[in-house]
Design a protein around this ligand. Sequence first.
Ligand code: NI
Ligand code: MN
Length: 226
Amino acid sequence: MKISYHGHSVVRINTNGKTILIDPFITGNPQTDLKAEEVKADVIILTHGHDDHVGDTVDLAKRNDALVIATHELAAFIGRHGVKTHSMNLGGSYQFEFGKVKLTQAYHSSGYIPENQEPIYLGMPAGVLFMSEGKTIYHAGDTALFSDMKLIGERHPIDVAFLPIGDNFTMGPEDAAYAAKLLKAKKVIPIHFDTFPPIKQNTNEFLSMLEEQNGIVLKPGESLEL
Ligand code: NI
Ligand code: MN
């Protein structure tokens, strides 16, 4: 399995001959190395309905005939644009041909605010556990630190955890380092930082706060073989 980071919260997983994209915010993402019109995806998994996570989902899904996996309300909302969807909800898992997906709790919000209109409710925000080839990847989505991360770590041996460290909208570096400890993740990769001025962070400081965890900073475009 190959996992790559593409700036902000964009993670790509290549496994079983399929390309899975999590939170493909490409257009307008100053951190990404990807070009929206060239990106290939068989599957798109969304953590929540905010613009910096849904991003190019509809265009990418249409062009690639990709399946979009998300919580029920978000999947229904995306599905209205003529895209194939698979709806799930927190705590539920499903064995797809390319791997198993389980949605976890995330302590955040999830809605879409059309210009000059009231917000549209898009269900609960989520984290994603992705299991394939005997490995488990955890993408925390946008979240605060919460104590049930310990439960997630006890129930699932996490090989790699993608954790937000940007602060302001999500956990900051100190809480993310504590989260890594609760999750007992073997490797920790920081995400959701430096994209916008309020989430500017020093990744070396974050790495120094980790205890046993093997922290790895991936630059956009860099990948890891598992
Ligand atoms: Ni968000
Ligand atoms: Mn976000």
